[in-house]
Design a protein around this ligand. Structure first.
Ligand code: B12
Length: 203
């Protein structure tokens, strides 16, 4: 009996090692043509970047599919679009594209997870847009483009969308892409730029 309890304790301990404890993380899923989940990056509990996608799928009731590959579990479809050729689903955590499978990337509280559709060319994948409020300027926003290493550059030429009807073009040269959108109570603001993944949304 003692040996059996020891074996059981071992199995339980292993289960705890294998499953990373869930942390409260932000998640957004950007599809090929529209946002699939969480424009404002809501929080949900997840232990790794794959389980974050699972949680978002349950919460937002959207389809995703994982297949086994030589590198481990691979997300080969989200919504109606399956990966193929040089296009498919990739993820970033805090703006950086990790060089490991999503099931291996352990998340920490407050991390921002982004899953998005990407087509890779000679220059790599598309930049992802990051929208921030401009400091000390009411109703003004800055837009950055982030590459796979998370390096930020001004997203020159980005357009801000205020709700679904109004757009404002950003101004700026090398340092920043900024725009002030005026009063917009109840409407979310987000940025787009040709060739880049659309940004998070802010009130
Ligand atoms: C093309 C490619 C992609 C394409 C796949 C397009 C498609 N048609 O499905 C895209 C751009 C979508 C992609 C995504 C990712 N990739 Co990739 N990819 C490659 C690349 C350059 C070639 C793979 C290939 O076509 N092999 C030939 C075919 C015949 O063999 P295959 O086994 O059928 O290939 C499939 C799998 O490799 C799968 N796949 C592609 N990438 C990854 C990554 C992981 C972790 C897994 C499990 C499977 C997988 O897609 C291939 C096509 O179906 C390899 C580098 C290399 N030289 O192997 C990196 C490579 C496999 N990818 C890598 C990584 C890290 C990723 C991402 C996790 C990056 C990210 N941060 O999001 C994501 C996967 C996330 C997810 N969806 O689960 C790493 C894996 C490292 C590791 N040890 O885990 C590699 C080795 C590149 C590297 N050196 O860093 N990738």
């Amino acid at each position: 009996v003692f040996r059996r309890s020891l074996a059981l304790a071992g199995v339980v301990a292993l289960a705890f090692v294998a499953a990373a404890p869930a942390a409260l993380v932000h998640i957004r899923v950007e599809g090929k043509t529209r946002t699939i989940f969480g424009p404002t990056e809501p929080r949900l509990p997840a232990g790794n970047a794959l389980s974050a996608l699972g949680g978002a799928s349950r919460s937002g009731e959207f389809y995703y599919h994982v297949t086994d590959s030589s590198f481990g579990p691979y997300v080969d479809q989200i919504g109606p679009y399956a990966s193929g050729g040089s296009s498919g689903w990739t993820y970033k955590v805090n703006g950086i594209s990790p060089p490991v499978g999503a099931d291996k990337y352990v998340l920490h509280a407050g991390d921002h997870v982004l899953w998005y559709w990407a087509t890779f060319g000679p220059a790599g994948g598309p930049p992802t847009l990051l929208l921030e409020r401009a400091r000390k300027q009411r109703n003004c926003y800055r837009v950055y483009a982030q590459d796979d290493t998370g390096t930020r550059t001004a997203a020159l030429g980005a357009v801000l969308h205020v709700g679904s009807r109004r757009t404002v073009r950003t101004q700026g040269a090398t340092q920043a892409a900024v725009a002030c959108v005026g009063s917009h109570r109840g409407l979310l603001v987000r940025a787009t730029l040709e060739g880049a993944v659309r940004s998070n949304a802010l009130p």
